[in-house]
Design a protein around this ligand. Structure first.
Ligand code: COA
Length: 575
């Protein structure tokens, strides 16, 4: 087996997330590629929580479709996943003595019942260790590196005391022994190991990747307000920024967060904020200020289900309209969207580079599934990145400093407060080249044109979108954000079946790289645009800006696409 998907489901508070994290970590340490997906309720306790780990010796592009092995901690988890327990899959479940009251028998499904609750409660006197009983069994049956698993237990629970670590170790052994005493392995699945473990492979989440990218770019200021699913960006940087003499300010709300960022950037810092949908709504007025005053800033928006408090822990790609068009006035901004964890590092660096080079607000869109997901990636080498810094005012020249000087590119040199000869007025008011407030038609036209001039350079500054497949195609898929990985896998599957399909993977979603997008569309009979929102927001933007009348394929159930869903749609469309 080169590709295995294990899903664990149960109640929030039962340690599903810890168990999943540990399996992922053990797999990554065994040299396998890992990509995880988790979804959990908005409550701290209760509700359905799920963690899925996909491992492979080959590259992994998406969460995959369904699972090979499902481990059910309770009846609700079993009920929710029953339809996917198809012949050939394996069910591990808590029975007897737990929440599941009946023995499960499904035609073609290998079922391993293990009384994890009972063992944890009665034998170990620690109900919390139920997840480790399950992990013990999983590690034995599917050959998950036991020593790595034990290491992660020490690392994760060490701070809770030696007694907790010891009980968890006993729980692992209890799970293994129960299987040995009651079953013979009859399923074909095994996680396996690779011969060579690459020490340069790290397992990080999408949110941590954003933080890492920010550090590589030279970010030295973060201000934000905690919000699911974005908080982890700040948690990561809270540990890292002090090491580079950076500053993190937890503000009283999102408005203050972006205000802090603009102040810091105005004073010369490389500054960023991280938030999710409702927070981005609050930031809209200040994004206008950033456009008007031409202050570089990066805003990371980890999208979640909306509107309002909506589905705070669920996946959606529905903030594109707001990212592109939100706010007042004619305010240019740039919107990037990341495909996967490695991309989140690269695009955060790119976001800073664009913000600095063009003195413009740059929004980086990720989403709940990407933010929470962990992936094994090659450790990014900071030396391999080109870092761009803003054009600075040069003191001592003969000419009077014009902060908003009209230039070919629309970009003009920026001074730092206190620089002799570099004083200027920075407000949200329209201004002349010198920065003095001005409301004349001439200045408003000239300055609006200056600000938008920058957008022309950006489409060329960003690398062109990658094309998957070449030549004429019956169906061309264009998507964005983390859906891209799923599209990649679906298109590979479709091409393997002989379908004439290709895909375009844009990372810059505003302004659009129109030239490349139009050329791609011209080589396809039909364009399919899958995305996770109700309105088909990217399809709408593409239609408006390029005239491409693609087939919108929106889904909005709080979950990402599976490759199979997109493959089926490609087949339907290519008929
Ligand atoms: N031994 C000891 N402790 C264990 C354990 C074990 N075997 N297994 C788990 N635990 C601990 C974990 O360390 C964690 O403790 P901590 O809080 O001190 O870190 C706790 O039990 C919960 O376990 P965990 O695996 O992290 O999560 P879970 O799968 O039980 O699910 C969540 C809990 C994630 C669903 C829930 O806590 C949560 O965060 N919900 C989302 C809240 C939110 O963001 N709402 C939106 C607001 S807008």
């Amino acid at each position: 087996m080169s590709d295995l998907i294990i899903r664990i489901g149960g109640e929030g508070g039962e340690g599903i997330i810890s168990a999943g994290d540990m399996v992922a970590q053990a797999a990554a340490r065994s040299g396998l590629n890992v990509l995880t997906f988790k979804t959990f309720p908005a409550e701290i306790r209760g509700g359905y929580a799920m963690y899925q780990i996909r491992f492979s010796k080959d590259e992994i592009k998406s969460e995959g479709t369904g699972f090979n092995v499902f481990c059910a901690f309770n009846q609700e988890a079993l009920d929710k996943n029953k339809s996917q327990l198809i012949p050939g899959t394996v069910l591990v479940y808590d029975y007897p003595g737990g929440d599941i009251e009946e023995e499960v028998k499904i035609e073609g499904v290998t079922c391993y019942a293990i009384p994890m609750s009972k063992i944890a409660k009665k034998d170990l006197d620690m109900y919390r260790a139920k997840n480790m009983v399950a992990l013990g069994l999983l590690s034995y049956v599917f050959d998950i590196a036991l020593e790595s698993l034990k290491d992660t237990i020490r690392e994760k629970f060490g701070k809770k005391g030696q007694a907790v670590v010891d009980t968890n170790m006993k729980a692992i052994e209890a799970g293994i022994n129960y299987f040995k005493e009651h079953y013979k392995k009859t399923d074909p699945f095994t996680m396996g190991h690779t011969d060579k473990v690459d020490k340069d492979i790290i397992l990080i989440s999408g949110n941590e990747a954003v933080g890492l990218g920010a550090l590589i770019a030279g970010c030295n200021f973060l201000s934000c307000y905690p919000i699911t699913p974005a908080t982890e960006v700040a948690i990561y940087l809270a540990g890292e920024l002090p090491k580079v003499d950076g500053t993190l300010v937890q503000a009283e709300d999102e408005i203050a967060s972006l205000a802090n960022v603009l102040g810091a950037s105005y004073a010369g810092a490389k500054a960023m904020t991280s938030t999710s949908g409702p927070g981005l709504s609050l930031m809209q007025e200040l994004l206008g200020l950033a456009s008007m005053a031409e202050i570089p800033c990066v805003v990371v928006n980890v999208q979640r289900g909306g509107p309002s408090t909506g589905l705070p822990t669920k996946h959606e790609q529905s903030d594109l309209f707001m990212a592109v068009h939100g706010g007042h006035g004619d305010a240019p901004r740039v919107v990037l969207s990341a495909e996967n964890v490695a991309d989140a590092v690269d695009l955060t660096v790119l976001a800073f580079n664009i913000a600095e080079k063009y003195q413009i607000p740059v929004l980086l869109l990720t989403d709940g599934s990407l933010g929470f997901r962990t992936e094994s990636i090659k450790r990014p080498d900071p030396k391999k990145y080109t870092i761009v810094n803003r054009e600075r005012f040069k003191p001592g020249g003969d000419e009077k400093y014009l902060r908003y000087k009209l230039t070919e590119s629309g970009v003009s040199a920026m001074s730092i407060p206190g620089e002799v000869g570099g004083a200027y007025i920075s407000t949200g008011l329209e201004h002349s080249q010198s920065s003095a407030p001005s409301f004349t038609p001439e200045d408003h036209i000239k300055m609006s044109d200056k600000r938008f001039k920058k957008m022309e350079g950006i489409a060329d500054f960003v690398p062109p979108p990658e094309e998957q497949g070449s030549g004429p195609a019956d169906v061309g898929v264009i998507s964005w954000g983390s859906t891209l990985g799923t599209v990649r896998e679906a298109v590979d599957m479709a091409r393997a079946e002989g379908l004439k399909v290709k895909a375009l993977h844009p990372k810059l979603v505003w302004p659009l790289q129109e030239k490349q997008i139009k050329a791609f569309a011209a080589s396809c009979k039909k364009i399919l645009i899958p995305e996770v929102n109700k309105q088909g927001q990217f399809a709408e933007i593409l239609r408006g800006k390029t005239g491409i009348d693609g087939i919108s394929y929106p889904i909005y159930g709080g979950l990402p696409f599976t490759p199979k869903q997109i493959l089926e749609k490609i087949k339907e469309v290519s008929k």
